[in-house]
Ligand binder design. Structure first.
Ligand code: NAD
Length: 481
């Protein structure tokens, strides 16, 4: 075990760090070897209320008046700083999330892009002209819309991408001229603080970004119910997200929740390319991504060929230390999470499933697992498994495949592999998900595409431009000449 720097962070309210031994604290440990990485001093409910007060004041006095060129500049500078300090972030991401160092690099690259998209987006916030004389009596009048920042945004974020998914909320919020109170995941709270420091250095006004540390149950109600909050943007599990939406009352809410992504492989697909993409899509972040490949439907004539390729590729993966450049799959976030996934695998086996590879666990490390002979009643199929577990299911016809893919309460992303362009469009049209990839697995996401779920996978869309739209209010202005 190598020595690592240990952090002790508090909450950040109005530019001040709030921490004390009197407040509750939470240790942050490496999911791989349990090494202590630091601790956080938790905010009290009073601290959380104070953070909202501050965010509200700074919105009224500074952020809503800040010109677009200045907001754009702050975001651009933050991107430059992050790029310059990429190594520090990559290292910390691997330590606190357990994702392999190679994936940490991808997360930092994407985070830099999110900031740059937001920097550009800050200068492109505009309404539209409405042709008023299209309506009877609308002659000699001019109508147009303008977009205004909404105010205080509460952002609650998950453990799996503590840099990029935090930025998917902060960067559009600041591009639009809002202020934020962020509650990062208590399991991975360290990278968000380093990010806070970059924003500070880039010139974001004090109190435009406030961080409250702690658990969701301790702080969630206070943050979500406060009438000074204009929008709640949450990324995390459905169980928490839908409850928060109820608590939020009349507020606007964005929910980016989980899924059990379907991927359909037709007999004419390039099986080599499909299997590579599917395996990668099932094991990135140890399967702990909301668009991880979970259900793979394969047309019967190519079922055994594809499954053989998947199993070979899964067996080739190296599971282990995330700090090792050659590691493909790191640990899951906690032993409890890995045990839960293992229990779901075992339950499926008792119900008739066959483990083609994997299925074994050592502490937080779960071997990439492929299951066959599964049914739609098994948890590994019908719920979000959120682990490196892929289920293969044969089908005969296109109709059967889309029907099975849609037989889920969840719908975030899907993948379709076929060389037939007409079929690709038919299936894309029929799938009940927020996004569909053709000849790419469900895991693919670029940070400027509209991104979000249907059914129980969420409400609203992220992706910088789309989040800016959700974090601004469009007002109509009419002029009678
Ligand atoms: P989680 O729901 O346990 O926690 C997410 C956040 O909510 C954390 O900050 C947590 O502290 C907070 N929280 C927990 N209970 C709360 C409560 N009662 N009130 C207020 N806040 C509360 O999720 P997680 O385990 O961190 O992340 C995994 C989940 O996130 C998966 O379901 C995954 O699919 C989903 N996710 C979705 C997306 C997306 O973009 N759609 C992206 C990443 C993760």
């Amino acid at each position: 075990m190598t020595e690592v720097q240990q952090y002790y962070f508090g909450s950040f309210i109005d530019g001040e760090e709030i921490k004390s031994e009197g407040r509750a604290s939470i240790e942050v440990r490496s999911p791989y070897d349990g090494q202590l990485l630091g601790k956080i001093s938790c905010a009290t409910q009073e601290d959380a209320k104070q953070a909202i007060e501050v965010a509200h004041r700074v919105f009224e006095t500074e952020m809503k008046k800040m010109p677009a060129h200045r907001r754009s500049e702050i975001l651009r500078k933050t991107a430059d700083l992050l790029e310059a300090r990429a190594e520090q972030f990559i290292h910390l991401l691997a330590l606190e999330t357990g994702k392999p160092i190679r994936e940490g690099k991808v997360e930092v690259d994407r985070a830099v892009q999110v900031l740059r998209f937001a920097s550009e987006g800050a200068k492109q916030i505009h309404g539209e002209e409405i042709q008023l004389d299209s309506a009877y009596g609308g002659e000699n009048q001019i109508g147009f819309t303008r977009r205004y920042p909404i105010g205080v945004v509460v952002a609650i974020t998950p453990f799996n991408f503590p840099l990029n998914l935090v930025l998917h909320k902060l960067a559009p919020a600041f591009a639009a001229g809002n202020t934020v109170v962020l509650k990062p995941a208590e399991k991975t709270p360290l990278s968000p603080v380093l990010l806070y420091k970059l924003f500070e250095e880039a010139g974001l006004p004090k109190g435009a970004l406030n961080i409250v540390m702690g658990t969701g149950p301790d702080l969630g109600d206070v943050l979500v119910k406060d009438p000074k909050v204009q929008r709640v943007t949450f990324t995390g599990s459905g169980a928490v997200g839908w409850k928060l939406k109820e608590l939020a009352g009349n507020k606007k809410v964005t929910l980016e929740l989980g899924s059990n992504a379907p991927n359909l492989v037709f007999e004419d697909a390039d099986l080599e390319a499909a299997s590579t993409s599917l395996i990668r899509g099932g094991v990135v972040t140890s399967g702990q991504a909301c668009i991880s490949v979970q259900r793979i439907y394969v047309q019967k004539p190519v079922y055994s060929d594809l499954v053989e390729k998947l199993v070979t590729k899964a067996k080739d993966l190296k599971t282990g230390d995330p700090m090792d450049e050659t590691t493909d799959v790191g640990p899951m976030i906690t032993e409890e999470a890995a045990k839960r996934a293992e229990a779901w695998i075992n339950e499926a086996v008792q119900q008739g499933a066959t483990v083609l590879t994997g299925g074994t666990r050592t502490a937080t490390l779960l071997e990439p697992t492929i299951l066959a002979d599964v049914t739609h009643e098994m948890k590994v199929v019908c719920q979000e498994v959120f682990a490196p577990v892929l289920c293969v299911i044969p089908f005969d016809t296109e109709e059967e495949a889309t029907q099975m893919a849609n037989d889920s309460e969840l719908g975030l992303h899907a993948g379709v592999f076929t060389k037939d362009i007409s079929r690709a469009f038919r299936v894309a049209d029929a799938l009940e998900t927020g996004g569909v990839w053709i000849n790419e697995s469900s895991i693919r996401r670029y940070d400027h595409i509209p991104y979000g779920g249907v059914k129980l996978s969420g409400v609203g869309r992220e992706g910088v431009r789309y989040a800016i739209e959700e974090m601004t209010e469009e007002k109509f202005i009419g002029i009678k000449l």
